[in-house]
Write a protein that binds this ligand. Structure first.
Ligand code: ADP
Ligand code: GLC
Length: 488
């Protein structure tokens, strides 16, 4: 019996459409919520990739004519995971080659305010008396700026249900010129500092934070960090003012998709009891990426968006001195052209020792997590981060900067933490090349001590990263928002 009905609104969802961690969360969290009796249905824009994966028998639920927006329709579908999906089909806004947010050259779609204004508007319609559907949610749960206007629309809708917003990354805010207030048929009074006005623009994310009944973000540490100037991206004042309505809930991971014992992307499976498969994956990765086949050399790896946030410029800066050591490095990522070029140049300069693959490759990302010895994630800021979880689960201790969710999910390896069985990686504070370098050297030293290395890997692989705990925390938030303390 379902107890709460939730409309979960997102701009990407794995495995249908993914540019980053939001897709992983949207693919897995609703499944975990359904397992604890929450009837979650997901609303997602009908990008070509999504439309192409719909079955032939999908039902068109409703045609929508919404003032200010092109005509659209809602299509019912069901994900392979069993989660019901509502696809917002609006060809003039979503049927284009390129990504969900930008064209193939990385330029943002010029009509993004309309594209995600419509997503927010439809979410609000479905959460109000105006909804054309018989299924009515008890609350709307939006994610990131792309759903940020939902609360503003709900604030003037009849019979509106409450809403929750989850911030996955405060750096992306969806700020647009003020003319959008009128263009998107938003309540005029919403354009003020106590509303969505943000330094002269209208801000989707500020609206999201201002109008939500409750705000969550994806780790407890990040929930604190965003209330300060360094990582508040200008919204720290509002977030601090709303601190009693801000909750940090650490992400989990899809432990079926990321399971070294069954992973369909791996040529060899392994487990904490039988690690031989990991060494074979290392060999397979070295061979596939043109690295020297060498079981002994510590193989370092990166899977990431190549952006300032991820701090990989630090790694590229120290690459030369790092590569004087007996190590190998594999990089999978895409993003800023300069970082892509540097990665490619390194691979050319150090054949057999460095391999770079510029692009997005889900299968290869699994093989890298499984085949490498150490994962490098020196993010300047990281709301949660997922790869440090995947790494630990695949017996690959991560090297991380102490920030956001990384600080909440990796325990630095010291004699004490190794002894008490909590050590699970290498954590450095202070975002400098020197700190990163010495931490990598420290990790390589430990790699050379087989007894300690095995203990560390075992700790990593024994940790629980399932979504269960997080799903229960989201349920508490939902209950709070609905003014209930427990299930009736
Ligand atoms: P973010 O969402 O900020 O990029 P996360 O660590 O939360 O960071 O999630 C990133 C997700 O995207 C992970 O699942 C990671 O494996 C995946 N990913 C990032 N870059 C690539 C890539 N080039 N190829 C395949 N997967 C990638
Ligand atoms: C964002 C963040 C990342 C987080 C992901 C999923 O993309 O950058 O840290 O893990 O969302 O919540």
């Amino acid at each position: 019996m379902f107890e709460i009905k939730v409309l979960f609104v997102t701009s990407e969802i794995a495995p249908l459409i993914k540019t980053g961690g939001l897709a992983d969360v949207s693919g897995a969290l609703p499944v975990a919520l359904r397992e604890i009796d929450i009837d979650v249905r997901v609303l997602i824009p009908g990008y070509p990739k999504v439309m192409a994966q719909l079955g032939p028998n999908e039902v068109v639920a409703r045609f929508l004519e919404i003032p200010g927006f092109p005509p659209s329709r809602l299509i019912f579908s069901i994900m392979e995971s069993g989660v019901p999906l509502l696809v917002l089909d609006c060809p003039s806004l979503y049927a284009r080659d390129g990504g969900p947010y930008a064209d193939a050259n990385g330029n943002d779609w010029v009509d993004n305010s309309i594209r995600f204004g419509l997503l927010s508007k439809v979410a609000a319609i479905l959460g109000s008396e105006e909804s054309p559907l018989s299924w009515q949610p008890d609350l709307v749960h939006g994610n990131d700026w792309q759903t940020g206007l939902t609360g503003a629309y709900l604030s003037v809708a009849k019979g509106a249900v409450p809403n929750v917003v989850t911030i996955h990354n405060l750096a992306f805010q969806g700020n647009f010129p003020p003319k959008n207030v009128q263009l998107l048929h938003l309540p005029p009074q919403s354009f003020q500092p106590d509303g969505m006005e943000f330094y002269g623009n209208m801000s989707f994310l500020k609206a999201g934070i201002f109008y939500a009944y409750h705000i969550t973000t994806v780790s407890p540490n990040y929930a604190r960090e965003i209330q300060g100037e360094a990582l508040g991206f200008g919204l720290q004042g509002l977030l601090h003012a709303r601190r009693n309505d801000v909750t940090g809930i650490l992400n989990g991971i899809d432990t079926d998709e990321w399971n070294p014992e069954t992973d369909k992307h791996l040529p060899h499976h392994f487990s904490v009891a039988k690690m031989s498969g990991k060494a074979l994956n290392k060999q397979a990765l070295q061979s596939r990426m043109g690295l020297d086949i060498n079981p002994e050399v510590p193989l370092l790896g990166v899977v990431s968006r190549l952006t300032h946030q991820k701090g990989l410029d630090l790694l590229l800066e120290i690459a030369q001195s790092l590569l004087d050591l007996p190590v190998q490095l594999v990089i999978l990522g895409s993003g800023e052209p300069q970082m892509q070029n540097t990665a490619n140049e390194l691979a050319l300069r150090y054949p057999g020792k460095v391999a770079a693959m510029i692009g997005f490759d889900e299968g290869l990302s699994h093989l890298i997590e499984a085949g490498i010895d150490l994962f490098i994630m020196p993010s300047r800021f990281e709301p949660c981060g997922l790869n440090q979880f995947y790494s630990q689960r695949y017996g690959t201790p991560p090297i991380v900067h102490s920030t956001g969710g990384l600080a909440d999910s990796v325990v630095d390896c010291t004699p004490d933490t190794l002894k008490n069985g909590t050590a699970s990686g290498f954590v450095f504070s202070g975002m400098t090349t020197e700190n990163l370098y010495t931490t990598i050297v420290r990790a390589i030293d430990l790699y050379r001590d087989q007894r300690k290395w095995k203990a560390l890997r075992k700790n990593c692989m024994s940790k629980d990263f399932t979504w269960k705990t997080s799903a229960l925390a989201y349920r508490d938030v939902y209950l709070k928002v609905l003014g209930r303390t427990e299930y009736e």
